[in-house]
Design a protein around this ligand. Structure first.
Ligand SMILES: Nc1ncnc2c1ncn2[C@@H]1O[C@H](COP(=O)(O)OP(=O)(O)OP(=O)(O)O)[C@@H](O)[C@H]1O
Ligand SMILES: [Mg+2]
Length: 358
């Protein structure tokens, strides 16, 4: 009996270990295990271990491919096959680069993927044309023998961007027209009314004191409306922008902004700032308008700064405030939800070949 005690303890311990292992397998914490067999250690992988990942890759809308060292497809999902209009079987063994318009750029992307995750936009070839697509690549094994590529069709995204760009062109044109209309027709009419009032005032001795006072009041109201109309017209399309260029138009706008919002704003433009193409000038001006409107509406800051930096062919606009900032969780989807301000700004900048960073 006494001799059996160590054996019982050892059995109990093995039972306990077995229970722990089974429970780990059940909870999904283990996807493979090593068993000591007479011939040595043997690794058993659980058949269902990567099932959830396979289902995900098989059913997702993005195209997915796994490439070998030579960039040839060793696996591709149904979405990629549908995207290029071929069967999955026919794609196996094909170098993915032959499906890309700019093969050299794709080759570079694959080289970079050996070092770090990377992505690039390129045209994906189809039987009867091509589609814009984003390629996200990363190495899948430590010996860099396989590379995973995710391919997102950007057609809808590009179409939406084009619509936003066209809307903005229409909006710019319409604002310019409205500004001119307000200035030329309403402004001219108000000028005539002001002249008539001045004539009536010159003969106010023929009026009763009450009526004479009303004429004076009308005079100041017409002056107020004239100023208001000028401000609205200039905000819709600053005449200084076309005539005098960006630095003066920005200073004029920022002075008005400070007066209206009571937020301190500074503007810094390098000396001898040359004129830019009209599209660029209006894009920068509208970006400043939107950024300052956002500072006023969302930041709670009492000051902000606007800075233009020119480095050769590159132009940088920096707008900063010292307010609340955009919360991290909001920042992630600020471009896909909510207002059109930042999205419109990004499209304008993109059309000019630039980028927007928040
Ligand atoms: N300077 C800022 N400080 C803090 N939050 C900001 C700032 N600028 C933008 N945001 C946040 O980013 C969001 C998106 O800004 P965006 O300009 O695109 O839209 P919006 O201002 O809400 O509406 P719209 O511009 O269409 O009138 C805002 O709703 C706000 O939460
Ligand atoms: Mg806004």
């Amino acid at each position: 009996m006494t001799n059996d005690t160590p054996k019982l303890a050892a059995d109990l311990w093995r039972l306990h270990e077995a229970e722990e292992t089974v429970s780990a397998i059940r909870s999904g914490a283990v996807d493979a295990f090593v068993v000591q067999e007479p011939e040595g250690e043997r690794v058993y992988a659980l058949a269902t271990a990567d099932l959830p990942y396979s289902v995900l890759v098989e059913t997702m809308q993005q195209g997915a491919a796994m490439l070998d060292r030579n960039g040839e497809i060793i696996y591709c999902n149904a979405s990629l096959a549908a995207l290029v209009g071929q069967t999955r079987e026919s794609l196996i063994g094909v170098p993915l680069k032959v499906l890309v318009a700019d093969q050299l750029a794709f080759q570079k992307l694959l080289q970079e993927a050996e070092l770090q995750s990377c992505e690039g936009e390129m045209q994906l070839l189809q039987a009867d044309g091509m589609v814009p697509a984003k390629f996200s690549c990363r190495s899948l094994s430590s010996d860099k023998s396989t590379i995973g590529v995710l391919i997102t069709d950007l057609t809808t995204q590009k179409q939406e961007a084009d619509i936003v760009a066209r809307l903005q062109q229409v909006q710019d044109g319409e604002r310019r027209r409205l500004a001119r209309e307000l200035h030329d027709s309403v402004g001219q009419l108000l000028a005539s009314i002001a002249m008539n009032i001045a004539r009536v005032r010159a003969e106010s001795d023929k009026l009763s004191p009450e009526v004479a006072e009303l004429v004076i009041q009308n005079g100041s109201m017409v002056n107020e409306i004239t100023n208001e109309i000028r401000t609205i017209s200039h905000l819709l399309h600053p005449p200084l922008l076309d005539e005098m260029g960006l630095p003066l138009a920005l200073r004029w706008y920022i002075d008005g902004f400070m007066e209206r919002s009571k937020i301190r704003a500074t503007v810094e433009v390098p000396d001898g700032f040359d004129r830019l193409p009209p599209d660029t000038e209006i894009a920068v001006f509208r970006a400043v308008q939107e950024c300052l409107a956002n500072v006023h509406r969302h930041s709670g800051s009492s000051s902000c700064s606007v800075k233009l930096v020119r480095d050769g062919q590159e132009l940088q606009l920096q707008v900063e405030d010292s307010g609340s900032g955009i919360p991290k969780e909001k920042l992630a989807n600020v471009m896909s939800s909510g207002g059109v301000g930042l999205r419109g700004m990004r499209e304008r900048v993109r059309r000019l070949g630039g980028t927007l960073a928040i």
